[in-house]
Design a binder for this molecule. Structure first.
Ligand SMILES: [Zn+2]
Ligand SMILES: [Zn+2]
Length: 267
């Protein structure tokens, strides 16, 4: 199984990092891809990927950090990408219009500018996109459709931690993107501001287009909800996908692993 979106470089794992990844690999996780939110976390993700064979890095600026970058950030991101063969994508990038208690909503114009620049960088470097969307689906689609002429990666990448409605999901699939699901597919009821249950999105995503992720340390699946999430729990995400789609666990594992390898060019 491949966890395509984790944050092992975050402080939450600083004291027991080795045990956590050991447990993941012992439980059947084959590869962990750590996604980034800032230049600093990008550097840290690359550092880990250079140290451990089965760890890879996706580097980028999260929309919530879009107002914290300084002049020249894009050149630095390109430098980091070129510094290691273990960099397999640009992310997590996108738009986030959910008002967080810590910093509200970052100015959408700044978010869009940083998102667009990173789409350009990804295509200069031939790297797939890992997109973060929270209640900003229409604007994300508008930007991607606008930039279609420069997006030459095939597949173009994936939407991580899918949310939104079926119509949005279909548009994302039509653009060729893969869809990532996390432990929150095990939560009861609708998330704040959403109108479609996550299991319904799972049902409407062909298994050939689906990948699994944890977003660790966040979004621990039931029965671990509320505690620190970790890559080993991606197995639970896979089991729940199997249940929802009425497929064998083994089939979900095999196909989602192939999908992840295809998106991120892993052999
Ligand atoms: Zn995200
Ligand atoms: Zn994340």
């Amino acid at each position: 199984m491949i966890d395509v979106h984790s944050h092992m470089q975050f402080n939450a794992f600083k004291n027991d990092f080795d045990q956590v990844i050991k447990k993941a690999f012992e439980n059947g996780v084959e590869i962990i891809i750590n996604s980034s939110t800032s230049l600093e976390s990008s550097n840290n993700a690359v550092e880990l990927a250079e140290k451990y064979e089965n760890l890879f890095a996706i580097i980028g600026i999260h929309p919530h950090d879009a107002d914290k970058v300084e002049v020249g950030w894009d050149k630095e991101l390109i430098r980091i990408a070129k510094s290691s063969k273990k960099v397999v994508g640009i992310g997590e990038i996108g738009l986030d219009y959910y008002s967080h208690s810590s910093n509200g909503v970052v100015d959408p114009l700044i978010q869009k500018k940083v998102f667009i620049r990173q789409i350009e960088i990804a295509n200069e470097l031939n790297l797939p996109l890992q997109i973060h969307n929270r209640q900003a689906g229409n604007d994300i689609l508008e930007i991607i459709n606008d930039k279609l002429s420069i997006i030459k990666m095939d597949p173009p990448g994936m939407f991580h931690c899918m949310s939104g409605n079926i119509e949005f999901l279909k548009k994302v699939l039509d653009l060729g993107f893969f869809i990532g699901f996390d432990g929150n597919i095990t939560y009861e009821g609708l998330a704040k501001g959403e109108d479609t249950l996550l299991p319904d999105l799972v049902k409407n995503t062909p298994i050939e287009k689906l990948v699994v992720e944890t977003d660790a340390p966040l979004l621990a699946p039931i029965p671990y909800r509320g505690s620190r999430n970790e890559p080993a729990h991606v197995i639970i995400v896979g089991e729940n996908i199997a249940k929802i789609k009425n497929l064998d666990k083994e089939k979900v594992e095999k196909i989602t692993t192939e999908n992840a390898k295809k998106i991120f060019n892993l052999s």
